[in-house]
Design a protein around this ligand. Structure first.
Ligand SMILES: [Zn+2]
Length: 172
């Protein structure tokens, strides 16, 4: 049976069923994975409080009908920032599942420890394969688009963005 211990950054966590949770992790060894945690919302759970967004954890993961986090210890809590939460959400959606990528790991770890910088969103997009440096608005071909939409994976300028309803968009 697959079993691994890896450092992981908790990107997000959602409730599942009555007592379970699903955590979205960016791991050092396996890239992004989502893992189930059973009974994590019972007060008696020893994992409660460890697998929370913005935490760096040492996680033990086994494969039981998909990844299951069976053990975890939080090592560090990251710098709270809205921009970090937005970047985590972008990475959760657009990074390839199960693909080890050290540059992304190092970027996320740095983001967690030091908080975002001016260019953090640009760097995240570049690492995900959507480099904004030479991008143009996908709709009017205008230069220097300032919004990226994860709905259609397109860049928008302010003008074009104001004409449509973007559900999941990121200011660059
Ligand atoms: Zn445009």
């Amino acid at each position: 049976m697959f079993e691994a211990v890896t450092e992981a950054i908790v990107l997000d966590k959602i409730d599942q069923g009555e007592f379970d949770s699903r955590v979205y992790l960016y791991t050092k060894d396996f890239g992004r994975i989502s893992a189930k945690i059973t009974s994590s919302r019972k007060i008696t759970s020893k994992l409660a409080g460890h697998f929370e967004p913005l935490k760096l954890v040492t996680a033990r993961i086994i494969d039981k009908n998909g990844p299951l986090a069976v053990d975890g210890l939080s090592v560090k809590t990251g710098v709270k920032s809205g921009e970090t939460v937005r970047i985590f959400s972008l990475v959760k959606e657009l990074s390839a599942e199960g693909q080890r990528e050290l540059p992304m790991w190092n970027f996320l770890l740095n983001l967690l420890e030091k908080g975002p910088e001016n260019k953090s969103m640009v760097e995240a997009l570049s690492l995900l394969g959507f480099d904004p440096a030479f991008a143009r608005c996908d709709h009017c071909n205008g230069e220097k688009p300032n919004i990226f939409s994860a709905d259609d994976l397109c860049f928008y300028c302010q003008n074009c963005a104001s004409g449509v309803k973007l559900i999941d968009s990121y200011a660059i």
